[in-house]
Design a binder for this molecule. Structure first.
Ligand code: NAD
Ligand code: DAU
Length: 332
């Protein structure tokens, strides 16, 4: 795999994966990214021009996608609209990018015979009760709740159909909630860290009891590379780092790390259809492909993330006021 096309490579996890490729392989990388509000050119700044190039374009545009796919050995597909709250406000871009975009890419890899890895989410499985001893596995039934997760579920089904009916060489990963540098301030952890750094208070939906299974973005990148290079075509692998925490625990840890009282937050209006709990059983990925997370200690990873946001105010501050205005208009 000398030439790798990374869709959505200017986003939070896609850019992390590009850095991972540069550090761990000799591959040349092309990023295809529409540079939506969620993208960050800064996350790719300073990378060597002889190894990385950026094509600004839409993954749902076959005129852009087909020639690009044909000149690469593999495609790793991160491009998506990724925020549940936005999908509740306006599902349309989610249908365009997550469904039409994945369809467009599948047709291109079908024609060119290029290997594809499709990056998906644990949200396709719906949610679990707080006291359910089971976690999601590769055989859990699909049951998505939001327009975002339904569009990702649909994209997974398209990939499986193209594998079975057309012999496309694809794998799928479904990962839990990522955290780390360069995540947009609309998302939970960056929103709360930057609220505190900006002198405000964290905003927790509902009663704050919803559980997410946190994994550092670098561990997700390593898992994607492992699956791309060692995974079995046609297979799905769940990615998770045993990082279950409820939202109150996460916010209290952020407050403590920033030297504020642990009750210095607001409970705000809940998200419509809010999934209660996600939990990943990643035994297949660990046992079959030998992957293991390197950020085993969530609190240590979160402390490093808090420090990163404190040091990168120039990057997030220009977006902060608009994001908070939009949340405030919804009572969140
Ligand atoms: P993100 O929103 O930070 O980045 C998405 C990137 O895709 C942006 O750079 C954006 O410009 C680009 N993009 C959007 N529409 C496009 C289009 N039509 N054509 C080309 N590029 C387009 O998202 P993220 O959090 O980095 O998530 C990346 C992928 O990982 C997504 O597929 C998401 O479903 C999946 N995922 C995310 C998480 C998480 O916790 N963030 C967990 C599991 C899976
Ligand atoms: O599970 C994987 C998914 O994780 C990915 O597929 C998505 O792309 C990614 O955005 C993330 O989805 P969530 O909806 O779980 O993440 P979010 O950061 O939006 O919210 C995490 C939890 O925090 C969730 O229970 C909602 C809650 N929340 C969120 C925000 C923005 C709050 O309590 N307050 C907030 O301000």
């Amino acid at each position: 795999m000398d030439r790798i096309l990374v869709t959505g490579g200017a986003g939070f996890i896609g850019s992390n994966f590009v850095h991972h490729l540069l550090a761990q392989t000799a591959a040349r990388v092309t990023v295809l990214d529409k540079l939506t509000y969620a993208a960050s050119r800064e996350a790719l700044a300073g990378l060597p021009a002889d190894r990385v190039s950026l094509v600004v374009g839409d993954v749902a545009d076959p005129g852009v996608v087909e020639p690009l796919v044909a000149e690469h050995d593999a495609v790793v597909h991160f491009a998506a609209e990724s925020h549940n709250d936005n999908s509740l406000a306006d599902p349309s871009p989610f249908i365009h990018t997550n469904l039409i975009g994945t369809f467009t890419l599948l047709e291109a890899v079908r024609k060119a015979g290029t290997r594809l890895h499709h990056v998906s989410t644990d949200e396709v499985y719906g949610d679990l009760e707080l006291d359910d001893p089971e976690r999601f596995t590769e055989s859990t039934a699909y049951n998505p709740s939001s327009p975002y997760s339904a569009s990702k579920a649909g994209s997974d089904h398209l990939v499986r159909a193209w594998v079975r009916s057309f012999g496309v060489r694809a794998t799928i990963s479904n990962c839990s909630n990522n955290y780390g540098p360069w995540q947009h301030v609309e998302k939970f952890i960056p929103r709360q860290i930057t609220n505190v750094l900006a002198g405000g208070r964290p905003k927790v939906y509902g009663a704050g009891l919803n559980v997410r299974d946190w994994i550092h973005a670098e561990d997700h990148s390593a898992a994607v590379w492992t699956i791309l290079t060692r995974g079995r075509v046609g297979e799905t692998y769940l990615v998770g780092a045993d990082g279950e925490r409820n939202n109150l625990e996460v916010v209290r840890t952020i407050l403590r790390l920033l030297g504020r009282p642990e009750d210095d937050f607001d409970l705000v209006g809940d998200r419509a259809g809010h999934d209660l709990r996600y939990a990943i059983d990643s035994t297949k990925l660990r046992a079959e492909l030998g992957w293991a997370p390197s950020y085993a200690d969530f609190e240590a990873g979160l402390a490093a993330t808090v420090e990163w946001y404190a040091a990168h105010e120039d990057w997030w501050a220009p977006h902060k006021a608009d994001v908070e205005r939009a949340y405030a208009a919804k009572g969140q």
